[in-house]
Design a protein around this ligand. Structure first.
Ligand code: IVH
Length: 689
């Protein structure tokens, strides 16, 4: 027995839902003006899905539920276009446009002063498709192919929400809608970011990504890519008389619910064409999609027919190309630039190449991971891209043109600017110079930070003045600040004798009895903010103790995790940094520190180093905080929860679930008396700190 016939109410509801969802799709994807929140839309779609699952007879080919899923194909079937898909003649210069217009007017036998009306359209850089609508319902979709026969990609095209599954209004019995499927730049960036994150191959440009996304045998993959569509013409049309101009035709497509590009305009004669071209070129960078030129089309469709075509290209249209955004050239060398934060960026030195309207001699290679993923080698022929205000980059290498002596790119052995050791964090692509205090590339940043209010608080030493001092060569490291005298300062622009004297006095003040925490913060160690600096100062008491600390004892400091511990250790391990510190503390500069008593013992006197413990419940002889502090001083890490790695748990009164957990895991439990005994032993001669 087949499924029950759906009741009329269900049938009506399904029709209503389909109509509502289609209207929301149109408002969201075509008009860019949604009227309901996504959650509401999802509810409608879910309701329709459920209805159709209960009554499969209710499923129609134009149901929005057909956009998702669809079984994967083995191959694309060939699809013969009813009317061939033409290509366009290309023009590259103003002269080419004049020539085009002259030929048009000659063929139409127009007078010298009779301007032709054209429609100027952005030439979208995607792929051409033909959508066949029968009785207003999307019946099939195909790629251009050779113009006569393309590939049927209906299941994939259905997943594009901007393409109506049913045309609105009163569509003809049959119409082939022609247009471009493209990937917005924002979608492209997101897609590539996702791929790079997973270490997968990225797409060279949005066009390739759109093509790759459309030619997926599994439509659910296409559905996950944010493809979009603009209609710009028609092929075969049966059972209706279409408007007489290109402009009115585009308006008709929009009325049917198809997306039409908003920048299309009607222009008069060559001058109108060229002005439009210049205007669009200026706006190119700001668009969310790639365009590679302007298409001029004779507006009057009767005149179009009169003009006809040559060699599969209409005589009534011209593609006026923009300068290419991608070119091939040779990679001569790779240099490493050090940024203000110490990050090294590999930069490609290129054989000069004209791309995107300028001559390019360098482009970024981003980082070592990208170089490895793209397998770029010195000597390779590479594809470079200069699109908009995005930084020029090497997007791919042309593997077939690799010379036998191509060289693998390797990191320099040390910072190319200051010779300090390079560091790379686990799981990160960025490689950094560890000479934060000494590296010229990081100099301005380091000095600004050093002088800032919450750091050394040098009054009157603002960012602009720091730039001036560095640019004038008066200061190369923070220690040099204290070697400035008012005479030399007064020689600077916008610096009078009085302010020079004030600055020198402020510097003098800043170097006396600097609390260790402030000093540590001022050093600008990566990831060491005020709070961490404070914790380090309290824990170690003196700079000497901190400098002697190994990773393990650093991690015993509250709030210091493995990453920060490595940063601190790296910083003090770099001789260039310690030279600057010694210069600051030496007799010449004479910076004095206000150091406290260490709350931690020296590493060799820490009996609990490497041990993790937990304190729970109320102790009688001391607060929980004091217990924690004394344990930390002995080298223990005091954790918040009990695990298998916990060495012991100290329990006071009313301990709660942590005690139960310790017993469950067989972790040693110390009650207060036992804890005090052990504490006395561990603390031995050093006392309770
Ligand atoms: S009209 C009869 N209009 O350019 C004219 N094409 O080089 C046929 N294209 O295959 C095309 N934007 O992929 C036309 N506004 C536009 C276009 C456009 C992009 C592409 C299309 C076509 C190629 C021809």
């Amino acid at each position: 027995m087949g499924p029950e016939a759906p009741p009329d109410a269900a049938r009506e509801r399904a029709t209503t839902l389909r109509r509502e969802i289609a209207a929301h799709d149109h408002r969201y994807y075509v008009l860019d003006a949604p009227t309901v929140p996504d959650a509401e839309y999802d509810r409608l779609l879910r309701e329709l899905l459920e209805l159709e699952a209960r009554h499969p007879q209710l499923v129609t080919p134009d149901s929005p539920t057909r956009r998702v899923g669809g079984a994967p194909l083995d191959a694309f079937a060939p699809f013969e276009h009813l009317e061939p898909m033409l290509s366009l003649a290309n023009g590259f210069s103003d002269d080419d446009v004049h020539e085009f217009d002259r030929r048009v007017r000659e063929r139409l036998e127009l007078a010298e002063d009779e301007a032709v009306a054209y429609v100027a359209e952005p030439k979208l850089d995607g792929l051409a498709v033909s959508l066949l609508y029968r009785d207003g319902v999307l019946a099939s979709a195909a790629t251009r192919g050779d113009g006569r026969t393309g590939e049927e990609v209906t299941a994939n095209v259905r997943t594009l929400r901007s393409i109506p599954l049913r045309l609105r209004g009163t569509p003809p019995r049959l119409v082939e809608v022609r247009g471009e499927i493209y990937l917005p730049r924002s979608g492209f960036a997101a897609l590539n970011a996702r791929a790079a994150e997973r270490g997968e191959k990225t797409f060279v440009n949005p066009r390739n990504a759109a093509a790759g996304s459309l030619r997926q045998l599994d439509p659910s993959i296409t559905a996950s890519r944010p493809l979009a569509f603009y209609g710009y013409g028609v092929g075969r049309v049966d059972g209706a008389e279409l408007p007489g101009t290109q402009q009115a035709l585009l308006a008709q497509l929009a009325e049917w619910g198809l997306p039409v590009n908003g920048l299309i305009a009607r222009v008069e004669g060559v001058d109108g064409c060229l002005a439009y071209h210049a205007d669009l070129l200026a706006r190119r960078d700001g668009l969310d999609y790639d365009i590679d030129g302007v298409v001029y089309k004779v507006d009057d469709r009767r005149l179009q027919r009169e003009l006809g075509q040559v060699a599969r290209a209409p005589r009534w249209a011209l593609a006026h190309k923009f300068p290419a955004e991608e070119e091939v050239t040779r990679l001569l060398d790779v240099e490493f630039q050090v940024g203000r934060t110490g990050v090294l960026t590999p930069v490609a030195r290129l054989e000069p190449v004209f791309v995107g309207g300028v001559t390019l001699t360098s482009a970024t290679l981003h980082n070592m991971d990208e170089i490895a993923r793209k397998d770029v080698r010195v000597g390779d022929t590479v594809i470079v891209r200069r699109a908009g205000d995005v930084i020029s980059e090497v997007v791919a290498t042309v593997a077939e043109r690799r010379p036998p002596d191509a060289r693998v790119v390797s990191l320099p052995p040390a910072c190319p600017v200051c010779g300090s050791a390079l560091a790379r964090d686990e799981g990160e692509s960025a490689v950094r110079c560890s000479g934060g205090l000494a590296c010229a590339a990081q100099r301005k940043r380091a000095i600004r930070h050093f002088a800032a209010r919450h750091a050394m608080d040098v009054e009157g030493l603002g960012d602009k003045l720091v730039d001036q001092l560095v640019d004038a060569g008066l200061v190369t490291s923070v220690a040099d600040l204290y070697r400035l005298d008012s005479e030399r300062l007064a020689g600077l622009e916008r610096m009078g004798a009085k302010s020079a004297a004030n600055l020198v006095a402020a510097l003098e003040r800043s170097k006396r009895d600097v609390p260790l925490a402030r000093f540590l913060f001022a050093l600008g160690i990566r990831d060491v903010g005020e709070r961490t600096a404070q914790a380090l100062a309290e824990h170690f008491g003196t700079l000497a103790a901190l400098r002697a600390a190994d990773l393990e004892s650093l991690q015993a400091v509250p709030d210091v995790g493995p990453v920060v511990a490595v940063r601190v250790a790296e910083f003090f391990a770099e001789p260039h940094n310690t030279e600057v510190i010694e210069a600051l503390l030496g007799t010449e500069v004479g910076l004095t520190l206000e150091e406290g008593a260490a709350t931690a013992l020296p590493a060799e006197a820490q009996p609990l180093a490497g041990k993790s413990c937990v304190v729970t419940g109320t102790l009688e002889s001391m607060t929980r905080d004091e217990a924690k502090r004394r344990l930390q001083r002995l080298g223990a890490k005091v954790a918040g929860s009990v695990s298998k790695k916990t060495a012991f748990v100290v329990v006071g009164a009313a301990p709660g679930s942590k005690l139960a957990r310790a017993q469950e895991l067989g972790v040693e439990v110390l009650e207060e008396a036992g804890f005090l005994d052990r504490l006395a032993g561990w603390e031995g001669d050093s006392g309770p700190g």
